[in-house]
Design a protein around this ligand. Structure first.
Ligand SMILES: Cc1ncc(COP(=O)(O)O)c(C=O)c1O
Length: 401
């Protein structure tokens, strides 16, 4: 390790709570899809800080918006009107077809808000329904509510007891979801493309069975689009591609392009059951975060990023599939747009350092999956370069096995 890294690691290991197993790299600068570490080495970023830096790093418009807002006014709290929250809520309403947004600071808070609003809906209707149905392989966040609908035992067990009213259903099993949802279910929560669970899009057959089960019983549907939403799949929201009409949608990650912001977007029918004081956040949707959100949505829609993802996503898919076909230990390629997973027949952990050695940033999820979430602005030439490096990393992993 070098001097800079040694110093960083030593200080963190003394004073930062050790909840993260970090890769031995300190990134200090970024531009577009490129990152530089403290030693000046350049990398291509196929992870975007886990799906956050949708516009890439140091995007000129986002940098300008944040700088200007920081020089004007950063935060006032939700005790006062905010010149940007209504604008951002209006844009999210236009993109989602749902009327109203509640702003928070992260994905888990967005899920938490959706779960509280679902409970509040049934409470207001004087038909208290407590039960949530979630899917196996799901990931919705680390706070107690979100963790309660997250399936992975590894995340759950040390913190039990969690919410007692959660049932898990096998993903992409239409009969199972139909059997599970009843007139006591408050809400079904699902990621239209499961992210941490290994990049698993819901099948249209499962989505329609889920929609039918919800419609039949009056159950609310919560779409967790924290990872899959806002352009990642080439659609504003992947629920629309599946023909779903959720009552509540959770967003986060890409919304601020790196500035923390999340939102629960809800239908007017749900909104009508919520009262003043039911939920709140000191920071949620402050001026700085909303300016960032407005800039990201500007670029996504007016700036042509969505259309770009649809195009470059097809190129990414073709290149990735042809590379995957060369490596016998890659069993399946799953994803949409610029959200991809390589299912390996083994632990994917060695791929991450091998990729870093080739100058490309990727991630392992669900133990055996290599996850790729590049900035949405990646060009075809950058895709070729980055996937060429991943190919070399897979060669190295294959040779070492
Ligand atoms: C689908 C989904 N929901 C919720 C979350 C939690 O978001 P955060 O880490 O911002 O709390 C994540 C994070 O990976 C996610 O992928």
């Amino acid at each position: 390790m070098t001097m800079v890294l040694d110093d960083v690691v030593a200080r963190e290991s003394r004073h930062v709570l050790q909840t993260y197993r970090r890769n031995p790299v300190t990134f200090v600068r970024g531009e577009g899809v490129r990152l530089w570490d403290a030693e000046g080495r350049e990398y291509l970023d196929l992870l975007s800080g886990i799906g956050v830096a949708a516009l890439g790093h140091s995007h000129p418009a986002l940098t300008r918006a944040i700088t200007e807002q920081a020089q004007t006014l950063i935060h006032t709290s939700n005790l006062f009107y905010n010149p940007f929250q209504g604008q951002l809520a209006e844009r999210l309403a236009n993109l989602s077809g749902l009327q109203r947004a509640f702003f928070c600071n992260s994905g888990t808070e967005a899920v938490e808000a959706c779960m509280k609003f679902a409970r509040r809906y049934w409470h207001t209707r004087k038909e208290p329904r407590a039960e949530f149905i979630a899917l196996e392989e799901s990931f919705h966040g680390r706070t107690f509510g979100s963790l309660s609908v997250t399936s992975d035992e590894h995340y759950r067990v040390p913190f039990e007891p969690l919410l007692p009213t959660v049932k898990f259903v096998a993903v992409n099993d239409p009969a199972a979801i139909k059997a599970a949802v009843t007139a006591s279910t408050a809400a079904v929560i699902a990621e239209p493309v499961q992210g941490e669970g290994g990049i698993r899009p819901l099948t249209p057959a499962f989505a329609s069975a889920m929609a039918e089960a919800c419609a039949k019983t009056g159950t609310l549907l919560i779409a967790d689009e924290v990872q899959s939403g806002l352009g990642r799949t080439g659609y504003p929201f992947y629920f629309a591609a599946l023909g779903l009409k959720p009552h509540l949608v959770a967003v986060g990650k890409a919304l601020g392009g790196g500035v923390p912001i999340g939102a629960a977007i809800v239908s007017q029918e749900v909104a009508d059951t919520i009262s003043f004081g039911d939920h709140g956040s000191t920071y949620g949707g402050n001026l700085l975060a909303c300016r960032a959100g407005l800039c990201v949505l500007d670029e996504l829609v007016g700036g042509g990023v969505l259309a770009h993802v649809a195009r470059v996503g097809r190129h990414f898919e073709q290149r990735l599939k042809s590379i995957a076909a060369k490596h016998a230990f890659v069993k399946e390629v799953r994803g949409k747009g610029l959200m991809w997973g390589l299912q390996l027949d083994r632990d994917a952990a060695p791929v991450v350092p091998a990729a870093l050695a080739q100058g490309v940033v990727v991630n392992r999820t669900s133990e055996t999956v290599v996850r790729l979430l590049p900035p949405l602005v990646i060009t075809e030439a950058e895709v070729d370069d980055a996937l060429g490096r991943l190919d070399a990393a897979l060669d190295a992993v294959g040779a070492a096995a």
